[in-house]
Design a protein around this ligand. Structure first.
Ligand code: OAD
Length: 265
């Protein structure tokens, strides 16, 4: 599939001082990690979020919730970052102020090599105490499922954000700030229906950013986007990177004779 990258978008990217990106489950779809809301294949088509992703669900059946996340953790451990993750790494390498905000808990952006990553919904690979709400990295395996907190004996849980819970305060504040201050905002592979993350693209637009959506399907923000690139992230992002860097004077060696340089007045 040929993806046309509008010239105006390329120019905006080349001019941009700050670029922010919001990613969702769609960015990991091509790594074989299921999304949430895609019909048939999405996790929420097969499981009920209120039985697995709320504090109440954990109180009612902690073993079930722990095992469901353990299954997802194993699935993600077998997955590899895809061309979309890699394109975002390359974008960060060429753009000094580049912030990657993700709703994903799979850690694939960091595994791919992205550095400035804000994880809004936590990380599947981390664990915390349900009672104390503090990170726990080691515990003795006594056969309990979920395992017990080595300090207080309470239940351990995945360090992810569940429905009815607040997002990490500092991460959300930074995400809001970067969105409001950026020149170009890419919303990639997210249904943009879960708040407050869904508010970030609109905040960026209100702050004057060029808003770009990359998604094979329409979302509630499509109508607000300056550019909508319909297609899988693993195809569109490498194409966008190519257009952004192609024939870019910043990347090509300068050929001015020495005396044409240093024209400081
Ligand atoms: P969703 O599953 O709601 O949306 C995934 C989006 O990715 C959809 O808009 C798809 O059209 C799109 N998509 C599918 N394949 C794609 C591909 N190859 N390339 C690009 N896009 C593709 O996932 P999120 O928007 O991330 O929260 O969901 C947000 C939050 O809802 C999640 O973080 C999770 C969930 O409930 C919690 O668990 C708290």
């Amino acid at each position: 599939m040929a993806i046309e990258i509008p010239r105006e978008l390329v120019e905006s990217l080349r001019r941009a001082r700050r670029v922010a990106v919001l990613t969702g489950a769609g960015v990991s779809a091509e790594s074989g990690v299921p999304t949430f809301r895609d019909a048939q294949t999405g996790l929420w088509a097969r499981f009920r979020p209120e039985e697995l992703a709320t504090p109440r669900a954990f109180r009612l059946d902690p073993r079930r919730v722990w095992e469901w996340y353990a299954w997802r953790r194993e699935l993600v451990a077998r997955a590899e970052p895809n061309a979309a993750h890699r394109a975002l790494v390359a974008m960060e390498a060429r753009q000094p102020e580049f912030t990657l905000i993700t709703q994903n808990v799979d850690g694939l952006h960091t595994r791919a090599g992205s550095r400035n990553v804000i994880e809004l919904h936590g990380n599947l690979h981390r664990t915390k105490c349900f009672d104390e709400d503090v990170a726990v990295s080691e515990w003795t395996d006594t056969g309990d499922v979920p395992p017990r907190c080595p300090r207080c004996g309470g239940l351990l849980r995945p360090d992810v954000v569940w429905f009815e819970e607040n997002l990490p305060v500092e991460a959300l504040a930074r995400a809001m700030e970067c969105s409001a201050a950026c020149d170009v905002f890419l919303s990639v592979g997210t249904a943009t229906v879960v708040y407050p993350a869904a508010e970030l693209p609109l905040r960026a637009r209100a702050g004057g950013a060029r808003l770009v959506e990359i998604n094979p399907s329409p979302t509630p923000i499509s109508a607000q986007a300056h550019h909508v690139l319909r297609g899988p992230a693993g195809e569109v992002l490498p194409e966008l990177l190519r257009a952004w860097t192609e024939h870019d004077p910043v990347l090509s060696p300068r050929e001015d004779p020495p005396d044409a340089r240093g024209d400081v007045t």
